[in-house]
Write a protein that binds this ligand. Structure first.
Ligand code: ATP
Ligand code: MG
Length: 583
């Protein structure tokens, strides 16, 4: 019902650093409970003394003690709440950080199959539900539990009949509440799953507003939105019904207890077992017991939410990346060779049908420039992704610098192998930050040197704030060509041994194109390069050519030799024009 073990592991791991605060918190809580229980005792004495006709002067100290205790109790409660919130937020922030870190290390397959909105809902939404669990729940469930036990003990001391009947009532209600709790957990799970789906959907829509509107898909998307909403509503209604059932049970308990107190109180007072002060104290304790019961009930609902969240957080934590880091070896400096040996690859392990690369083998000696050609969908970008180990081949091996990519430290591999993709991702930040990837340690003169080498200085000078111009997210409000120029500079700054340029197929204006051409020339100096090209100009700098078709290599060889051979596919490509054949 309540996954105690899962709670416990989360508890110990994330609360251990806050042990001392926790001990302090426990001490304060015990003190507040003791104070809370002591006050009615003072009133009982006060009432009994007053009725017995004691002089007012000796009652005043009792009244003062009562007020001091009440104020002290409130102050301690504030302190305890502060400490509990502090523990809760520090622990869950740590959990958020761990989850984010974990997710960032998962493979591309995971990221392609999980929408960003759903991830946000998990890392932030679910964890926020947990933060409640860490903070107020500790206070409320444990603290109120102890308070309740204290109240019962005092009731038993007052009169065993009252003690027995109230204890029985409370036990029966709690058993009922726990049963209800077990029934309603799955309801809460459904609600959270649908809410994750909902936010995932919204995130995706916001991302694709332009495409959705341009293609007139608004109506369809709205109907999908309706669909999710329509599924959501009954789930939420059911969830609140569960809440209401629990509320009704605890209210029933409260009224039943009051009834018992009236009946037993009047009877016991009548036969002289209890003084009027003791009858008062019975009422006061039953009244006091109501609050902790209410709070425990409310926390049980939060516990359900936390339970659903813990399951999902655990599930996310248990998602293992398919790209295990098996070695800390680093790659040499300077240009590196690249080898594909009998590589067969498909994106979807389970389905296993559509083979994207079929038994691909080639060797690129270090320092050579290879032009990779092929129709759209032939697997060119996939080859680039395998070199940077965003995915791993099912069969065969990919090596860089004489080492299989799985046998190299992942961070080092990605530092030494740079890839400029077809659509460059820019961040909503300054050009400087976009170039250095937010690394403030890159000195300005290195930045200027790179910019100068790639001959971008005159273009940057036309921007309003130069390097400090703030870009929009996505394409950054730049043309595809300009975005590629920035991406080149990024790569240049990292000084990689292998460069993979996945050329955007869009046409560029002549000025930017000329700039790009020169930048590519500089970028390729003293590096191994793979040029995935859509334009003839790009391909003229290749030493070798590889032509892909439907995931197979159909031709490879030296560019000049292939160009000279009238029967080669490459020379036919040159004759008919690349754009026509490959577009
Ligand atoms: P283009 O010239 O249009 O860029 P490409 O040669 O780069 O094409 P790839 O992107 O390598 O082609 O895609 C090869 C095949 O793999 C295509 O059939 C594509 O549908 C499929 N594919 C690409 N990316 C994924 C992915 N993330 N998940 C599943 N299949 C994919
Ligand atoms: Mg591609």
């Amino acid at each position: 019902m309540i996954p105690v073990r899962a709670y416990f592991t989360l508890f110990t791991g994330y609360l251990r650093p806050h042990r001392r605060t926790g001990v302090l918190l426990a001490a304060i809580m015990l003190a507040t409970i003791a104070l809370q229980l002591a006050n009615p005792q003072l009133i009982r004495i006060f009432i009994d003394e007053a009725i017995a006709g004691t002089a007012v002067g000796s009652l005043v100290p009792l009244a003062i003690a009562f007020m001091v205790i009440a104020v002290l109790h409130q102050l301690l409660m504030v302190w305890a709440t502060y400490l509990a919130e502090q523990i809760g937020w520090s622990a869950t922030n740590q959990l958020r950080a761990d989850l984010t870190d974990h997710v960032l290390h998962l493979d591309m397959g995971f990221h392609k199959s999980t929408s960003p909105g759903a991830l946000i809902e998990r890392i932030d939404g679910d964890v926020t539900a947990l933060s409640n669990f860490f903070s107020s729940m500790i206070i409320k469930i444990i603290g109120n539990g102890v308070l309740l036990v204290g109240i019962l003990v005092l009731l038993w001391i007052e009169s065993w009949i009252v003690g027995l009947s109230i204890t029985t009532l409370i036990l029966v209600t709690f058993l009922g509440l726990f049963r209800l709790h077990g029934v309603t957990v799955p309801w809460q799970k459904d609600i959270r799953a649908t809410s994750a789906e909902m936010y995932g959907f919204i995130g995706e829509q916001i991302d694709g507003t332009e495409d959705v509107e341009a293609n007139g898909a608004t109506g369809y998307m709205l109907s999908r939105f309706d669909d999710i909403q329509r599924r959501w509503l009954p789930q939420v209604v059911l969830g609140w019904t569960g809440w209401a059932l629990m509320w009704v049970s605890s209210m029933a308990l409260y009224f039943a207890s009051l009834m018992v107190a009236y009946l037993l109180g009047s009877w016991l007072f009548g036969v002289g077992t209890l003084t009027i002060g003791s009858v008062y104290i019975v009422f006061q304790y039953i009244e006091m017991a109501h609050r902790p019961i209410e709070q425990i009930r409310e926390e049980l609902i939060d516990l359900q939410k936390a339970g659903a969240s813990i399951d999902r957080v655990q599930e996310l934590m248990d998602t293992r990346t398919r790209l295990v880091q098996r070695s800390n070896a680093t790659l040499a400096m300077g240009p590196l060779d690249v080898t594909f040996q009998d590589v067969t690859f498909t994106y979807d392990d389970e389905a296993g049908d559509e083979i994207v690369l079929d038994d691909v083998s080639f060797v690129i000696p270090s320092g050579r420039v290879v032009g990779l050609l092929g129709r759209t969908g032939s697997g060119k970008s996939t080859i680039a992704r395998l070199i940077t180990r965003l995915h791993e081949p099912q069969v065969g091996s990919v090596s860089v610098g004489g080492r299989a990519t799985w046998d190299v430290d992942m961070t080092d591999l990605r530092r030494r192998v740079a890839m400029v993709t077809q659509d460059v991702q820019l961040f909503r930040a300054t050009i400087r930050e976009n170039l250095t990837f937010f690394d403030p340690d890159v000195p300005d003169d290195r930045l200027f040197e790179a910019i100068e080498r790639l001959e971008l200085d005159s273009w940057l000078a036309t921007l309003p704030d130069g390097l400090d111009t703030v870009l929009d997210s996505g394409s950054g409000g730049l043309s595809a060509g300009q975005a590629q120029l920035l991406a080149f500079t990024r790569v240049f700054l990292r000084d990689p041994g292998v460069v993979v340029l996945d050329e955007a197929s869009s046409r560029l204006d002549p000025a930017t194109e000329a700039l790009l051409e020169r930048a590519v020339d500089h970028l390729l100096e003293d590096r191994t390069a793979i040029l995935i090209a859509h334009r003839l100009e790009t391909i003229t700098r290749a030493d070798d050519i590889i032509i892909l078709d439907e995931g197979r290599i159909i031709e490879q060889g030296q560019r000049t030799r292939l160009a000279g051979d009238p029967n080669s596919k490459f020379s036919k490509l040159l004759a008919t024009g690349m754009e026509e054949v490959l577009a």
